[in-house]
Design a protein around this ligand. Structure first.
Ligand code: GLV
Ligand code: GLV
Length: 320
């Protein structure tokens, strides 16, 4: 008998098809809309395997509705949406998508660096709004990325990929991480500093650390006050790492040059959110890994885990 798989989103049909051999599949039928909670809770009642996106919370409540659940695959590298402890307690496995999105996400981080520093979205709005009357010396002047100091908080795979790009821009590279990366330090010339020194010395602060109870609210009013007044803050990890109210205050009061944000405390961000009123905020709808190649690779990494489970084989990319 085939195992029961529930997919919490409408994923591309040619990908879902790959699993038909092993699973009896049911699926939420919307591509853009998150499955309502009560529908998800009902759907997991008899499934053995659950495939979710980062918008679905897999927590105690869900598990209490899913007595047969054995495996959860998460279409993301970050897994703050999954209560790993609660899964472990019940002997349920989980997998994510590390590795395949590293370069794509680092590319987007650099896009945000350039967009904020050189005011690219603001300049584009200026042109389209008919404000371009002439060329003049101090028109839309930004700050240089080349040669500046970048401070990377969280030197995992993506952090290191950002650092490699920064090297190409002749940047001085500082980082802070739970543990030191001695080998990478030597190979690439990164410099380990305390979080406080990183915030004080960097022209660009890039958040690449995972979101968990240690990093929730890591960057609040106190930390923002340590940053240079002409510094830029970039976040492509998870919104909850920054206190958005405190960030709004410093941006509004000219105590920070700009912020480039791919992630928010609440996603989607409310259209009346104060941050969206500021010209020096570049806001993106969580597209860090959104290239066709990489989103396909992420789906396929989940398919690989699901296939292995369907065949009774060992599963790679397990979250432990
Ligand atoms: C996206 O944010 C991911 O964690 O893969
Ligand atoms: C993600 O893959 C990371 O380790 O940064």
């Amino acid at each position: 008998m085939k195992k029961k798989l529930f997919i919490a989103r409408k994923f591309p049909a040619h990908i879902v098809e790959l699993l038909q051999e092993f699973y009896e599949i049911s699926q939420w039928d919307e591509e853009e809309i998150v499955i309502p909670r009560e529908k998800l809770l009902a759907a997991v009642a008899d499934c053995e395997v659950l495939w979710v996106t980062l918008a679905d919370q897999v927590d105690e409540e869900l598990l209490s509705h899913a007595p047969n659940l054995k495996l959860v695959t998460n279409l993301a590298v970050g897994y703050n949406n999954i209560d790993v402890k609660a899964l472990k307690k019940r002997g349920i496995m989980a997998t994510n998508t590390p590795g395949v999105l590293t370069n794509t996400t680092a590319d987007l981080v650099f896009g945000l660096l350039l967009a904020t520093a050189r005011r690219i979205p603001e300049s584009e709005r200026y042109l389209r709004e008919g404000k371009w009357k002439s060329w003049y010396p101090m028109q839309l002047v930004g700050k240089d990325v080349s040669g500046a100091t970048i401070g990377i908080i969280g030197m995992g795979r993506i952090g290191q990929a950002v650092a490699r790009r920064a090297k190409g821009f002749d940047m001085k590279i500082l980082y802070n991480n739970r543990r030191r990366r001695h080998e990478a330090e030597e190979m690439y010339g990164f410099q380990y500093v305390s979080l406080e020194d990183l915030l004080k010395q960097s022209d660009f602060v890039v958040i690449m650390t995972p979101y968990n109870s240690d990093t929730e609210g890591l960057i609040g009013a106190r930390e923002l006050a340590l940053m240079k007044e002409d510094a830029v803050l970039i976040n492509a990890s998870r919104g909850g790492i920054i206190d958005e109210g405190a960030l709004y205050d410093v941006l509004k009061n000219g105590k920070l040059w700009a912020a480039g944000l791919d992630v928010f405390e609440q996603e989607p961000i409310a259209m009346d959110h104060p941050l969206l009123t500021l010209p020096n905020v570049v806001a993106l709808p969580h597209i860090g890994s959104a290239s066709l190649e990489t989103r396909t690779a992420m789906l396929m990494l989940n398919v690989k885990a699901l296939t292995a489970y369907g065949q009774g084989k060992a599963i790679s990319n397990r979250i432990d």
